[in-house]
Design a protein around this ligand. Structure first.
Ligand code: GLC
Length: 491
């Protein structure tokens, strides 16, 4: 039997992205479509349902389905929606077009987010049901898709064989964002406080918690973070619910797409390079330094850091350690978008040291690749990190990562001192500027030995994080298991 699976997510690259969620949804969907026919067991291509935000440009060739009417969660009649189908590479992208909810600036942080994502989920479920083919697994991602679990459990859906047989796999990319809906807003989810679906918390409803409790299976994006997430220190209040799932909560390490991230073919780089022909990397370094206003012949170690400007990522640790790093001869290139206040210290550092600190304060895919390629080492001092993608891309680009020992970072980077002859980067323990500085200095010392450094780079570039090799088959296994749990044939 082949399974029919649909992914429901608030982001998908290249249509709508603020972070790693978008890359993962797109890359996983494509990899699922590529699994070899014989072992696939999947009715391909899979569907990915995504809100049509204002910034999503509908490509030519997209096909709009007849309008769909769904009951408005707040009980004010119905909401009219369009589903616009786009043939993406290896999957079918289905844009959920509800202008009242999504034709606005920005994806999140609107006062009626509970309603917006409740409508998204409701329309998505109605569209899948209208297709007429039974859906075996709905693969939901993060809190935005929590309302789908509420809808599956109530009203007509609860009695409808279509939904009765539909299993849900929840993937948690970020445990810090819960989708908290206080009581005065739970009406936006179509709930009243006294509804048993509203859960046990008298103050409101936590959509991520709802999804954890009501999904057949849940995973996060690395085994390391799965182990951390069930502890009070990392569980962000959800650890009891995750522990309660027992072995129905686990980790699957994300992959990256080696064709999307490939210094051997990347047209934006000043030069192409690869494991067997690595010399172009020096040109990329000189190009990066020139672009950010540094001296291209400067020999100090150039440390790159890219990410959402979010407290999670530890930009502050770098900012606080920067004076000491600069004194030791290091150069710093930071690229980030998001919380502008986290960029303030870098703005000041760059103004005071224009030839040694650069801040690229925008979301810019081309520039990010130049940083991955041109930096000598890549920094990820995250406080917590469900998986992280930057460290994997950096490895692919032969730019050894310097990471904190947490979550997926610890699962994907081997420290050179702990694994002589096998290490791929530098791992440090404490979330402190001092520990970060010590790790960068360790990297700078190793870099002084050209042979050691090029061996390290070679090992970094040899690491294989292809979706097809590991993660995609594991998701397929999880789909089978989730479907079995729903049907009562598997535990
Ligand atoms: C979130 C997590 C990050 C993970 C990404 C994709 O952004 O913070 O660690 O890599 O999701 O799963």
């Amino acid at each position: 039997m082949s399974l029919r699976v649909a992914l429901l997510a608030a982001e998908c690259e290249p249509w709508a992205k603020t972070g790693g969620l978008a890359d993962v949804v797109d890359a996983l969907a494509r990899a699922l479509g590529r699994l070899p026919e014989a072992g696939r067991g999947l009715a391909a291509p899979v569907d990915v349902l995504l809100p049509r935000y204002r910034s999503v440009a509908v490509p030519g060739g997209a096909v709009a389905e007849p309008p769909l009417l769904v009951p408005d969660p707040v009980g004010r009649g119905s909401v009219s929606a369009r589903i616009v189908n786009v043939a993406a590479e290896g999957y079918r992208l289905r844009l959920v077009d509800v202008p009242e909810a999504f034709d606005r600036d920005g994806f999140y942080d609107h006062p009626d987010d509970a309603w917006r994502f409740a409508v998204f989920c409701r329309v998505a479920l109605a569209a899948l049901k209208r297709d007429g083919t039974p859906l075996d697994v709905l693969h939901v991602h993060d809190w935005h898709t929590g309302p789908a679990l509420l809808d599956r459990a109530r009203g007509e859906a609860a009695r409808d064989p279509f939904f009765a047989d539909m299993a849900v796999l929840l993937t948690i990319h970020n445990l810090a964002y819960h989708g908290w809906v206080p009581n005065d807003a739970i009406g936006e989810l179509g709930l009243r406080r006294d509804d048993p679906l509203a859960g046990a918390n008298p103050a409101g409803i936590d959509l991520l918690l709802t999804a954890i409790e009501r999904s057949e299976l849940a995973n996060t994006v690395s085994p390391g973070f799965a182990a951390e997430a069930i502890t009070p220190a990392f569980g962000m209040g959800l650890d009891p619910a995750l522990r309660a799932k027992g072995d129905r909560f686990f980790g699957i390490l994300n992959g990256i797409d080696p064709d999307l991230w490939d210094p051997a073919t990347d047209p934006v780089l000043a030069a192409r390079y690869s494991r067997t022909a690595p010399s172009g990397k020096a040109d990329c370094r000189a190009d990066l330094l020139t672009r950010v206003g540094f001296d291209p012949a400067d020999h100090g170690i150039v440390v790159g850091m890219i990410g959402r400007m979010d407290p999670q990522k530890g930009f502050d640790l770098l900012a606080d350690g920067a004076p000491e790093l600069l004194a030791s001869g290091a150069r710093i290139v930071v690229q980030g978008s998001g919380h502008a206040s986290l960029a303030d210290p870098f703005r000041a550092l760059a103004a005071a040291n224009p030839a040694r600190v650069a801040l690229i304060e925008r979301f810019d895919r081309a520039m990010a690749r130049r940083v991955y390629a041109g930096a000598d080492a890549f920094l990820m001092p995250s406080r917590f990190e469900p998986c992280g993608q930057g460290q994997m891309i950096a490895l692919r680009f032969g730019t050894p990562p310097i990471v904190r020992r947490t979550g997926g970072l610890a699962d994907s980077v081997l420290d050179v001192a702990e694994h002589p002859g096998e290490g791929t980067g530098f791992v440090f323990n404490e979330a402190t500027p001092a520990a970060l500085v010590a790790a960068v200095r360790r990297a700078a010392r190793l870099r002084a030995d050209a042979a050691e450094w090029s061996a390290l780079r070679d090992r970094a570039m040899a690491v294989d994080f292809r979706w097809d090799a590991g993660p995609a088959p594991r998701y397929l296994e999880a789909y089978r298991r989730a479907a079995g749990i729903r049907l009562g044939t598997t535990r």
